[in-house]
Design a protein around this ligand. Structure first.
Ligand code: NGO
Length: 525
């Protein structure tokens, strides 16, 4: 067996980096550790303490990866890094089957029952085994192990202290998500968020096993993605944001970079270009997109519903075809979100015809269309997805939608105030403390076929959020509640237990430097 170890471990582990794996000591005294139930969010489908001795991670523990997949190696590297920060030991990587203290990570294509995102973790004395059918499953399993480690795994806290053994309770976890769609939306149009900000947002999603990042890339106040054929969209329309502060935009290269960063975390980016309403940034950049041929002034307020593309003019569809085409080519994921919300200046027939025509354009560019729930009365393709958001949307119409994402504003909108004193946020859909965000069932809102409900998404609109600190404050802890609704089995839904598990995440979030809201219904540890 060959053991590879980095030099940092020599520093940290006092020269013991290249250690021989040790066989478990027969007759060693049993550790007197009473295993307590680990506090995980989202809750795994099955978690069982097996009652044996804990697994001790120490200088001689090695990491053994039985898969050549780059994503699996990355997950193993992340895990090794969290363990190094929490323990001071930089674990060696074994390249042949070790027999001593070990962490084994392997993909087993035959484990059909684990599904495309599931995994299994078995912790026994001397061994932790993480198995999945796919690299995604390994990634989610690694996130679970991360939450089993002390919160000091999240930052460089012990660098100058002695290395110390970590003990993980003997257990078995078999886990897979309830829904395939577990998302969050970030509105980068009302206020612009930099590439680094969005990366940080992706990290928050990954920590909670979420797999969709919906980017709201255009609105009245700003256009945020460069379009080669319509350069003024960003050169003019990207300059502004709410309140008149400078906006910004992503180059196509930056957008591609963000997609790659998200993909490494098994997160699919869903681009949204809102139309025909919420388009003042485009209308003010190009006079020909306006029915009267005149470009309006840029808009930096927060009213909605006043703008619309000129739906009777062909130039509008050439414009949409170019924009959808360029974004579709940049986006490997199968989705394109056309917005479609809050159009107050069109007749219902005009609106419907517009939605159906855009649907064809999106299909032509090889993507599945998503629209906010106003699109539901139109004639939709079987692949089209309706994103439910209006608490008073007609249930019967929604039930006929080919596929649905649940984002009810009065439950899942991360921009609603927590309580009347919350300085940031809006309250048109009511106050949304974490209990309200958690205590509902995505399957019970409409009478749709169960398989039509793809899952849940938490939108974070940014009218009142100027920077990432603001965004974090509104996102957490509610993002964790929505993530659990998307992942964990309905049968185990339990607010009293959830709030305890949620409270245990506070130390980790603090270690990550997250500016989260200490909701008083939660006992923060
Ligand atoms: C609505 C509206 C957005 C607002 C948001 C604020 C939808 C789909 N359209 O949600 O333009 O920013 O509320 O909460």
């Amino acid at each position: 067996m060959r053991i590879v170890a980095g030099t940092l471990a020599v520093l940290l582990a006092g020269g013991a980096a290249v250690a021989k794996p040790q066989a478990p000591q027969p007759g060693a005294p049993a550790a007197s550790v009473t295993a307590t139930m680990p506090e995980l969010v989202p809750l795994p489908e099955r978690l069982e303490l097996t009652g044996g001795e804990p697994f001790a991670i120490g200088a001689s523990t090695v990491v053994y990866v039985t898969s050549g997949d780059a994503a699996v190696s990355r997950a193993a590297r992340d895990l090794t890094e969290w363990i190094r920060r929490a323990s001071g030991f930089l674990l060696a990587t074994a390249t042949a089957g070790p027999t001593g203290s070990r962490i084994q990570i392997g993909v087993d294509a035959a484990r059909q029952e684990l599904g495309p995102e599931g995994y299994e973790i078995a912790i026994e004395p001397g061994r932790l085994a993480l198995t999945a059918r796919t690299a995604a499953g390994i990634f989610y399993g690694a996130q679970t192990i991360r939450q089993l480690l002390p919160y000091t795994a999240e930052y460089e806290a012990l660098l100058f202290q002695q290395p110390r053994e970590l003990k993980l309770p003997a257990l078995r976890i078999t886990d897979a998500p309830r829904y395939p769609w577990r998302g969050a939306m970030l509105d980068v149009a009302r206020h612009f968020f930099t590439v680094d900000d969005v990366r940080r947002f992706v990290d928050l999603l990954a920590l909670h096993k979420m797999n969709r990042l919906h980017l709201h890339l255009s609105d009245d106040q700003g256009w945020r993605i460069a379009i080669r054929r319509w350069k003024d969209l960003t050169l003019k329309g990207g300059r502004t944001e709410v309140g008149g502060t400078p906006g910004g935009f992503y180059t196509q290269a930056q957008y591609t970079e963000l997609i790659a960063y998200a993909a490494e975390r098994f997160i699919t980016v869903v681009p949204e270009i809102d139309m025909p309403g919420h388009t003042n940034a485009a209308l003010s950049s190009y006079a020909e997109l306006n029915c009267n041929g005149q470009a309006p002034a840029p808009f930096t307020g927060t009213e909605v519903g006043f703008s619309s593309l000129c739906v009777e003019e062909e130039v509008t569809y050439r414009f949409i075809d170019d924009v959808v085409g360029e974004i579709a080519r940049l986006t490997p994921g199968p989705y394109f979100h056309m917005g479609g919300d809050e159009v107050k200046t069109l007749k219902p027939e005009q609106y419907r015809a517009f939605v159906e025509r855009v649907q064809k354009i999106v299909q032509k560019h090889g993507k599945e269309m998503i629209g906010w729930d106003e699109i539901a009365p139109a004639t939709l393709l079987p692949t089209t997805i309706v994103q439910h958001w209006r608490p008073d949307a007609d249930r019967a119409t929604l039930a006929r939608a080919p596929r649905l994402i649940m984002s009810p504003a009065d439950r899942s909108y991360l921009d609603m105030k927590y309580d009347a004193d919350t300085a940031l946020g809006l309250r048109w859909a009511g106050l949304v403390p974490v209990k309200t965000a958690y205590d509902w069932d995505p399957a019970a809102l409409v009478d749709a076929r169960p398989e039509a409900i793809l899952g849940v998404e938490a939108p974070l609109w940014s009218e009142t959020l100027a920077n990432m600190r603001d965004a974090e404050f509104m996102a957490l802890p509610r993002l964790a509640a929505i993530a659990e609704l998307g992942w964990s089995p309905r049968a185990q839904h339990d607010w009293e237990r959830f709030r305890v598990r949620l409270g245990a995440q506070g130390a980790r979030w603090s270690a990550l430097g997250i500016n989260f809201y200490r909701d008083p219904a939660v006992t923060w540890k």
